[in-house]
Design a protein. Structure first.
Ligand code: HEC
Ligand code: HEC
Ligand code: HEC
Ligand code: HEC
Ligand code: HEC
Length: 169
């Protein structure tokens, strides 16, 4: 028997419905952007600089996670671009010190949910269907609920699987 069902049978199911996972699931859904360690703007890099999503989120069509970009991607430009900016100086210091930037996670599904980017991207779904108008965002925020009903209704519309074990393993 799989882990999800075992936990459901031992009563964790009720507990989750009552509070814990409910809270975790709705935690970020307020739409307020978290404060990031460096003031990175999607709007600027997409509209003014003219980059594509996959220039930075290189693994979106290859695996489970789209991943937050490695610093080497930023430094390919910022070794030379805007080096007088305090924000870019923070970036360069993190790069030279080897510690990286600790971006605050914006989207975070509960542990019991299985999601994969690859399948959705290969099926031709745009990033914006799930992440909103990212090209207009000064600060990244979550715009969809990421609730079960949201996933399941799109699966129904597209004849994608809706059995429990598709998303819970
Ligand atoms: C120049 C590099 C760059 C480009 C281009 C870029 N991003 Fe990002 N993205 C980042 C960085 C850095 C972060 C982490 C900081 C933040 O959340 O603002 C991030 C965060 C995100 C997140 C939130 C991750 C989380 O923690 O949940 C999403 C969603 C996202 N990007 C989607 C997109 C989409 C969609 C596009 C194209 C329309 C795009 N990005 C283009 C660099 C980039
Ligand atoms: C079908 C909906 C959907 C589509 C399409 C989608 N995402 Fe996501 N994305 C999500 C969900 C849901 C999460 C949260 C995953 C988690 O918490 O495990 C997420 C998380 C992310 C993250 C945080 C890091 C990670 O990989 O978990 C980034 C970055 C991101 N998406 C970028 C993108 C980009 C870029 C595209 C387009 C190439 C894209 N997404 C397309 C639903 C989607
Ligand atoms: C293809 C080149 C390129 C890449 C890659 C790139 N940037 Fe930029 N970035 C720019 C340009 C161009 C500007 C605008 C400079 C200006 O205002 O004259 C900019 C501006 C910025 C600024 C605002 C600086 C300020 O004070 O005005 C920040 C912060 C920043 N980038 C962070 C990042 C981070 C973090 C990454 C990696 C996730 C990244 N950039 C990747 C080209 C790039
Ligand atoms: C915008 C529509 C849309 C949304 C929203 C969406 N999905 Fe999907 N999903 C699809 C489609 C279409 C497929 C089928 C892709 C294929 O045929 O390969 C799919 C496939 C999947 C698969 C692979 C199924 C398999 O056969 O193994 C998983 C897992 C999945 N979705 C989980 C999720 C979860 C979890 C969420 C919510 C957080 C979600 N999806 C939200 C459209 C969506
Ligand atoms: C397409 C993906 C998908 C399918 C199919 C799916 N779920 Fe979910 N489920 C989710 C996501 C995403 C969450 C977390 C977000 C939330 O709390 O709504 C979730 C949360 C849950 C929770 C926790 C409730 C809570 O309030 O946090 C339970 C219990 C659950 N699912 C049971 C099921 C059962 C039983 C089925 C089959 C009838 C099923 N799920 C099918 C995506 C899915």
């Amino acid at each position: 028997m799989n882990k999800f069902i075992v936990l459901a049978l031992t009563g964790y199911f009720g507990l989750m419905l009552l509070g814990f996972a409910g809270l975790a699931g709705h935690w970020h859904a307020t739409g307020l952007p978290p404060v990031q360690p460096i003031a990175f703007s999607h709007q600027l890099h997409l509209n003014t600089v003219g980059l594509n999503c996959t220039h930075c989120h290189q693994y979106a069509d290859q695996g489970k996670q789209a991943t937050v970009p490695a610093m080497s991607i930023c430094m390919a430009c910022h070794k030379n671009v805007k080096t007088d900016s305090p924000e870019i100086q923070k970036l360069s210091q993190a790069w030279e010190g080897g510690e990286g930037v600790e971006w605050v996670k914006v989207h975070d599904l509960p542990w019991h949910v299985h999601f994969t980017h690859k399948r959705h991207i290969k099926a031709g779904i745009e990033c914006q269907s799930c992440h909103g108008e990212v090209q207009a965002m000064e600060q990244m925020r979550q715009v969809r609920s990421l609730e079960m009903g949201w996933c399941v209704s799109c699966h129904r519309l597209n004849a994608a699987p809706t059995d429990c074990l598709t998303c819970h393993k």
